[in-house]
Design a protein around this ligand. Structure first.
Ligand SMILES: [Zn+2]
Length: 299
């Protein structure tokens, strides 16, 4: 596809890096931070009124927030998610349906992540790059040993799993535990909004600054895709391609060693959602998969 300029070493490097799947790092907070910076995160994002209240507070206190919505909660209230992005907050991945990823197949895990990405693009009305995820219920990201889930999350393209260091809607608990680098977990429920209303001015008084998770951790953030790259992210529609390789394998993610869902023979028509580097996000029997972009030609 876009390999015209790639040659020799550069070509080898591009192919190598795009084939390697992401090694995931699990963060609970920014360790050893000196500056008084913390990150407020809001999960699930069910209630538009609660989210709007939180966004109002963010304006008042000059905060940037990282939201982890479920895709299924985004379609009902697109305006509030558009507002988040317009006001400089981050939207990260918390799966499409809040499925507990424990004991799920690699296919289910990948689909939960990819469908949430597609929903985000549809709801915002433009392509949006998501770099971080938080597993529903926090299940599967363990401090001690990298889990099967964390490995599958990496294979689905996510390098950063974001947990939290404080999960409380009690003002006292939040204030006694907070320290530079803390990641605080909230939801859009009434009690969470009430707790934020109480606790934010006190944290400001203590000299805390509220930044997004990616800024806190110094990792790539979630953000709209630059307009010059939009052509690679066809919106709300697909483009028909035809396989031209003798056989084209559909994978769950951008790792050639990953489970092969099916092998298509030469000349098969396939709907492409978007092209990203060397990989095509394709729709096959209503589900999202990946295949090597080089194996496809536009119809
Ligand atoms: Zn959740």
């Amino acid at each position: 596809m876009r390999r015209i300029v790639a040659a020799g070493l550069l070509f080898a490097l591009v192919v190598w890096t795009s084939c390697a799947f992401a090694e995931t790092t699990i963060y609970y907070q920014a360790e050893g931070m000196q500056e008084k910076k913390i990150a407020i995160t809001v999960d699930d994002c069910i209630y538009a009124s609660g989210l709007n209240s939180i966004l109002d507070m963010a304006q008042e206190y000059g905060m940037s927030i990282t939201f982890f919505p479920n895709g299924q909660n985004m379609r009902d209230n697109p305006e509030v998610f558009q507002r988040m992005v317009a006001e400089g907050h981050e939207i990260a991945n918390h799966c499409q349906n809040h499925r507990n990823l424990l004991r799920k197949t690699d296919e289910v895990i990948a689909r939960q992540l990819h469908q949430m990405e597609i929903t985000t693009q549809e709801v915002l009305g433009f392509p949006y790059k998501i770099t971080m995820m938080r597993p529903p219920f926090g299940n599967g990201a363990y401090r001690t040993s990298p889990s099967y889930i964390a490995e599958q999350i990496g294979k689905a393209g996510y390098e950063y799993i974001i947990m939290w260091s404080i999960d409380s809607t009690r003002e006292k608990t939040v204030l006694s535990r907070v320290e530079p680098g803390s990641i605080l977990l909230f939801h859009s429920d009434k009690q969470d909004v009430a707790c934020l209303r109480e606790v934010l001015p006190l944290l400001v008084e203590q000299g805390y600054e509220f930044v997004t998770v990616s800024e806190l951790l110094g990792i790539p953030g979630c953000a709209p895709v630059p307009e010059e790259e939009w052509a690679n992210y066809p919106l709300g529609s697909t483009t028909t391609y035809v396989t031209w390789g003798e056989t084209t394998k559909l994978h769950l993610g951008t790792d050639p060693k990953q489970t092969v869902i099916t092998t298509l023979s030469k000349g098969t028509e396939i709907e492409v959602l978007r092209m990203e580097n060397d990989w095509a996000h394709v729709l096959y029997e209503g589900k999202v998969y990946y295949c090597a972009a080089g194996a496809l030609r536009k119809k």
